[in-house]
Every structure is written in C-alpha cells, then in structure tokens.
Design a protein around this ligand. Structure first.
Ligand SMILES: Cc1cc2nc3c(=O)[nH]c(=O)nc-3n(C[C@H](O)[C@H](O)[C@H](O)COP(=O)(O)OP(=O)(O)OC[C@H]3O[C@@H](n4cnc5c(N)ncnc54)[C@H](O)[C@@H]3O)c2cc1C
Length: 423
C-alpha cells in the first residue's frame, strides 16, 4: 500500500518537474497523503533493531532511509566492539541497555551464526598515576553488575600480551567484537521477512503536528541532493503514521527541529566528535585482546580493536567538529576524511601501551562521528529516548545522542521502545 503510494508520489513529483515547486512547509494541499502504522526514520543498526522488534510485535512497519542502503551512517563507522557496560553511571540508560544489549547481541549472533568473538578486553594503566582511575573503573563496573571483571598485575597482563606495556590492567572477559554489517543484514532480512518495508533513497524532510498526530513530509533523496537552500522543498508524499521512531542518528535533532508543533526546548543541542582510526601496514595483529587505555574526555581513548579477520586498528581519537546544515546532515555529508598528519598524535598515545610500534607503521583508516549531547569539557550524557510524556505528541519517539555503546545496546533499545512506548 505504502510502496504504491510512494510510487504514486514519485510519478507525481516527476510530472510536477522533479518536485521543484517551492512552497512554505505548512501548506501541502496537493501532495498525496497516506496513513501508516509505524514509521522508523533511519536504517542504522538502532532503527533496524527497532523495526524488527515492532514487526515481531505485529506492527506494520515502514523504514524510511535517505541513503541508497542500510547502515551507511554511524553504524558502519565504529569500533564494532561489544561492550560489557563498565563505564556508565549506574542505572543510566547506557548502563542498563548496554548490559542487556550485550546479552541479547551475543545470543542473536550465536542463533543466527553472525560472525562475532568474545575476545576479552584489557583496560590498562600505563603508569602508577593511572592506577586510581583503574580502580574507579573497576568499582563502576561492579556497580553496573559486570561481575566477571578481574584485576590483573602488569606482569601477568604482559605475559598474556607480550607486546603490551602496562603496570596494571583490568580484564573484561565478556567484551568482544561483532561483524556489524552481517548483524544489520540479518536485522534487515528478518524485519522484511515479517512484513517490514524499507524505502531507501527517501528522506523525511520535516513534519507537522495536526489533529494530535505527526504528519511526516517525505521527499525523494535526489530532490534534496539537487536542492539549493533548504527550507522551501515541497514534499512528494505526506505520511500520517500512528507511531514514528526518529532514529536518524547524527541528524535526529536537525529533523526534530523541523517537526512543527514539537516544543523546541525539549530538543537537546547536538555536538559532533569525529573519531579517526589508523591501521597497521602489512602486519599481523600484535594483540589478541582488545586493549583500552584509561578513557579520555569525549571518548574511550585511542584503543586497539581487532576485526574478525585479525586486522588491527587503533582509534578513535576525539576531534570536535562543527555542525552541518539540515539537508547535508540528512544526506550524511559530514567530513569523514582522515588526515595522515594526525598519525603524529597517535604514535605517542599508542606507544604508551605498545612501545614497539615502528615509525611509519600507521596507515590512515576510516573515521566516524559521535552524535554527542555534551560538548568539549562537559560531563558525559546519557542516551535520550523521548516519548509522549516528554513532548506531548502521541506515537512519536525521539532518539537523541545514541553514541557508543549504541551498537551493543541496539537490541535492548528496541525492546525498551517496544515495551515502554508501543502498546
Ligand atoms: C567512532 C565511533 C565508534 C563507536 N564504537 C562503538 C563500539 O565499539 N561499540 C558500540 O556499541 N557502539 C559504538 N559506537 C556507537 C554506535 O556506532 C552507534 O551508537 C550506532 O551505530 C547508532 O546507530 P543509529 O542507527 O542510531 O545511527 P545511524 O547508523 O547513523 O543511522 C541513522 C540513519 O538515519 C538516516 N537518516 C538521517 N536523516 C534522515 C532523514 N531525514 N530521513 C531518512 N533517513 C535519515 C541516515 O542515513 C542513517 O542511515 C561508536 C560510534 C562512533 C562514532
């Protein structure tokens, strides 16, 4: 039904000159309108997990994704680490959903034969001054119910990892890695098998609260790609869903601000922190565990992650970057380049725990951008998941600041949304 309506909308747009007629966003009398049950905006790992969960609950789900395929945003630009749930304030959404999400993710990966490995992680103190911080992390982990954490003497840690230098470490056996692409592919397959539809190359450009529901304004992504300026695009379709999950990752706030009738004061400010990765040239991984230094402001420190083929990567660092305009954010036009000069910052960081790192061994890898709710020097924040009780709009759920551990938590976030906001 919706596919048909969308096709109709495209035909309509073509006839009208590729949707280029300009109008204020409030009046769209000649735009086709369709009702829907549940719309999930964004086919990243979180949107896909939510779509699957809602479809399993018997909802008729439409996922709207601006890109030509799933998972091209934050979800394909991360460390692919399954976090144990150590660092976060106790009882926070991050702590609770990470621990639950980890269990669900390991089970899902085992059941569906998705490549993953519970490698274990060493959090390392590289000098005695860092030992109190390691102890705080241990205390925090225990408060969060991560029961398998173990303090390991430097000598034992260095026996486990001969290339490692540290004076003390914390072993987290339940940390691991997952092939995030295979995981998302499985979510897509499962969601589609139980009736969900994904509309790619389709962008939600705004919305309007009318008669107590959110009317979503939809455009072909090509139209906004070719559009200059951003406020006067006419949508090609208006969809009126019973449930809307705003899971647009880096653009969740940009989009929410374009929902007329949604109180602006409840939309948190967005901050963006790029993290770059470097890989090792032509070398087998010197480590068999994930190696993490003590966390830094804005991130978990330049750590060692392995992928499932045994390739090692170092990162991500933290670089605060400025915002982009609404449409560029919907189209994921962020700067993901990795400047090779950055390696001069990585070498000394990495050599604190990997002193044998050779000059010239680091090669630029890739980068990802964290959707943060606090800026440089500010305290870390929790995930924000807002339902009607916060904004007063029936059926709308906004997800803001779904940074790490969002991959680990994705199945738990989906369960949380389905049980708390969807009857
Ligand atoms: C550097 C880095 C390292 C990380 N490491 C880890 C880790 O090791 N472990 C872990 O658990 N987590 C990690 N994370 C966090 C994790 O990757 C994210 O929490 C997760 O991928 C967020 O998924 P998402 O679906 O919310 O966002 P996204 O994957 O960005 O999906 C949002 C989707 O919405 C689409 N979209 C945007 N605007 C619109 C619109 N207007 N209309 C239609 N579609 C739209 C986008 O194209 C995109 O596909 C890391 C993150 C970063 C940046």
């Amino acid at each position: 039904m919706l596919r048909k309506a969308y096709r109709k909308a495209r035909e309509f747009a073509a006839a009208a000159g590729a949707g280029a007629r300009r109008r204020p966003l409030s009046s769209f009398c000649d735009v086709p309108t369709e009702t829907a049950d549940a719309v999930v905006i964004g086919a990243g790992v979180v949107g896909l997990a939510v779509a699957r969960e809602l479809a399993l609950k018997g909802r008729d789900v439409l996922v709207i994704e601006s890109a030509s395929t799933f998972g091209t945003g934050i979800s394909s630009r991360n460390s692919e680490v399954v976090h144990a749930g150590i660092y976060y304030p106790p009882k926070s959404l991050k702590a609770v959903l990470c621990a639950r999400g980890r269990e669900l993710l390991y089970k899902y990966c085992s059941d569906k034969v998705i490549p993953h490995k519970q490698l274990g992680k060493l959090i390392v103190a590289t000098g005695s001054a860092e030992i109190p911080k390691l102890e705080q992390i241990l205390k925090r982990g225990i408060e969060n119910g991560v029961e398998d954490l173990r303090v390991v003497d430097g000598s034992l840690a260095m026996e486990m990892e001969p290339e490692l230098h540290c004076v003390k470490a914390l072993l987290s056996p339940s940390s691991g890695i997952v092939d995030s692409h295979s995981f998302m592919l499985s979510l897509v397959g499962e969601a589609e098998n139980i009736g969900a539809t994904i509309s790619y190359n389709t962008t939600v450009i705004g919305g309007q609260v009318e008669d107590n529901s959110l009317h979503l304004q939809i455009s072909d992504s090509k139209v906004i790609e070719n559009h200059e300026g951003e406020f006067l695009v006419q949508p090609q379709l208006v969809i009126i869903p019973k449930i809307v999950i705003n899971s647009a990752g880096l653009s969740a706030q940009h989009l929410a601000r374009r929902f007329r009738g949604l109180e602006e004061s409840i939309i948190p400010t967005s901050y963006f922190a790029r993290g770059c990765y470097f890989t090792l040239s032509n070398t087998k991984s010197p480590f068999s565990h994930l190696i993490y230094p003590i966390p830094e402001d804005g991130g978990l420190g330049v750590h060692v992650t392995l992928d499932l083929s045994g390739q090692v990567k170092f990162g991500p660092d933290v670089e605060w970057i400025s915002d982009v305009d609404d449409f560029s954010s919907f189209l994921n036009r962020f700067d993901y380049s990795v400047n090779s000069d950055l390696s001069s910052k990585f070498y000394p960081e990495i050599r604190k725990y990997f002193p044998n790192l050779r000059d010239g061994a680091l090669l630029p890898g890739y980068s990802g951008i964290r959707p943060k709710l606090s800026g440089q020097g500010q305290l870390p924040t929790d995930f924000v998941i807002q339902g009607e009780e916060i904004h007063g709009i029936p059926g709308l759920v906004n997800l803001f600041g779904i940074e790490s551990p969002g991959l680990t938590s994705s199945l738990a976030i989906a369960g949380y949304i389905a049980s708390k906001f969807v009857s």
